[in-house]
Design a binder for this molecule. Structure first.
Ligand SMILES: *Cc1c(COP(=O)(O)O)cnc(C)c1O
Length: 344
C-alpha cells in the first residue's frame, strides 16, 4: 500500500479540525457546563451529543468484534461513502474504480465531488476478476468500491478475487457489507488487522431494522478513522440516533430472529417466482432481496404500482434488462405480491 499521507489530499492531511467546547476539557470530572452556549433547560435535548459517540462505539465493538478505535459512525452509510472521496480524492484529478452494476451512491458521490468514476462490468454470473478491475486503475486511482452481497444483484462476490484486489491494489479498497447479516459468508471485518488499506462498511438500515435513525459505520485502521473524524461534521450523529441504536444493540437476538424469518420467506418467495410463467430466472442471492428476470419488467412493474405494490424496476441497469428487485417483506406482504403476479 502507498503511505496514507501520499494517498490523502494534502489539505486534509494538513487540516486542523474544529475543536468543540466539549473536546477541550476531556478526561476530567465536570459538573457545571457553561462552555458551549447551550440552554440549561429542556434536558436532555439541550446538550450537544458526544461527537465521537464513545458509548455507542463500545456497545458496537462487542457486537461487531472490532475495537472501538477502529469504528467510524456516520449519518447512514451515505456519510461513510462520501468521506473517502473528501479525504483521499482530489477533484478533477483522481479517479475511483468500481464493479458495475452496484449500489448507486458510489457514483453519485463521485459526481458530487468531481471525481472520475470507472465502472468495470461484471460477467453474466455477476462476478468479477481482480485482474480486470486492477487493469482499470492508474496512478490516480485512490479507491476501489466492492459490494458483497452486491446490490442490486444479491450475490456475494468471489472471496479469492476480493482478497486479491485488497492485496494487490496500492490504494484503498472499500468493501460494503450492508447485507452481510443475511449471508453465511465470513465478514471482511475480521481481516482488518491484516490489511491497512481495507475499509468495511456496515449499516443499521437493513438487518437491524433502523433505516429511519440513519446510522452507518466504517471499520478501518485507526489512521483512516482519524482522518474521517477530522473531516466529518462535529456532531454528525444526533442524540436520538445514538440512544435508539444503543437500545437496538441491547437485543441482538431479535435481529437474529428477523433474519431467520426473512431467509425462510426468501426461500418461499424464490420457489413461488420460479414457477410463475412471467418469471424467466431468479438469480442467486445472499441478501434480504432477490433479482428476478421477468418477461416484461416495465409492464409488470406498472401493473404492480396500480395495485399499490412497489418493487424496484432495474430494467434500465446494465446486465439487468427485464429485472425486478424484490425486497423480502412480511409474510402477508410477500403473499400479496405473489397473488398479484399470478393474476398478471
Ligand atoms: C441500503 C444500502 C446501504 C445503506 O445505506 P444507509 O445510508 O446506511 O441507509 C449501504 N450500501 C448498500 C449497498 C445498500 O444497499
Amino acid at each position: 500500500m502507498i503511505s496514507l499521507e501520499r494517498l490523502c489530499r494534502k489539505n486534509i492531511w494538513d487540516l486542523a479540525p474544529y475543536s468543540s467546547a466539549r473536546n477541550e476539557y476531556a478526561g476530567r470530572e465536570a459538573r457545571v457546563f457553561l462552555d458551549a452556549n447551550e440552554n440549561p433547560y429542556n434536558q436532555p435535548f439541550n446538550r450537544y451529543p458526544d461527537p465521537l459517540q464513545l458509548e455507542l462505539k463500545a456497545a458496537l465493538s462487542k457486537v461487531k468484534g472490532v475495537p472501538a478505535e477502529n469504528i467510524f459512525l456516520g449519518n447512514g452509510s451515505d456519510e461513510a461513502i462520501d468521506l473517502p472521496y473528501r479525504c483521499f480524492c482530489n477533484p478533477g484529478k483522481d479517479n475511483v474504480v468500481a464493479i458495475e452494476p452496484t449500489y448507486g451512491m458510489y457514483k453519485v458521490c463521485a459526481d458530487i465531488n468531481d471525481i472520475e468514476y470507472r465502472p468495470v462490468l461484471l460477467d453474466e454470473q455477476y462476478q468479477f476478476t481482480a485482474d480486470r478491475l486492477l487493469a482499470a486503475t492508474d496512478t490516480h486511482t485512490k479507491l476501489i468500491w466492492l459490494c458483497t452481497p452486491n446490490n442490486p444483484t444479491g450475490n456475494c462476490l468471489k472471496r479469492e478475487e476480493v482478497v486479491k484486489v485488497i492485496e494487490q491494489f496500492e490504494g484503498l479498497v472499500i468493501v460494503d457489507e450492508a447485507y452481510s447479516d443475511f449471508s453465511s459468508q465470513p465478514t471482511f471485518r475480521a481481516e482488518l488487522s491484516k490489511y491497512p488499506n481495507l475499509i468495511v462498511l456496515n449499516t443499521m438500515s437493513k438487518a437491524w431494522g433502523c433505516a429511519a435513525i440513519r446510522l452507518g459505520m466504517a471499520f478501518a485502521s485507526t489512521e483512516i478513522i482519524g482522518l474521517f473524524n477530522k473531516v466529518k461534521y462535529p456532531y454528525n450523529v444526533n442524540l436520538l440516533t445514538q440512544q435508539q441504536a444503543l437500545e437496538a444493540l441491547k437485543d441482538p437476538f431479535e435481529v437474529d430472529n428477523w433474519v431467520k424469518v426473512l431467509l425462510q420467506e426468501r426461500t418461499r418467495m424464490i420457489d413461488a417466482f420460479e414457477i410463475l410463467p412471467i418469471c424467466e430466472k431468479v438469480y442467486p442471492t445472499d441478501a434480504n432481496f432477490f433479482l428476478a428476470k421477468m418477461t416484461d419488467a416495465p409492464a409488470i412493474y406498472n401493473y404492480l404500482v396500480d395495485k399499490g405494490i412497489i418493487v424496484r424496476n432495474r430494467h434500465r441497469v446494465q446486465l439487468c434488462q427485464n429485472c425486478l428487485r424484490i425486497t423480502i417483506g412480511t409474510k402477508t406482504e410477500n403473499s400479496e405480491l405473489i397473488a398479484a403476479l399470478r393474476q398478471f
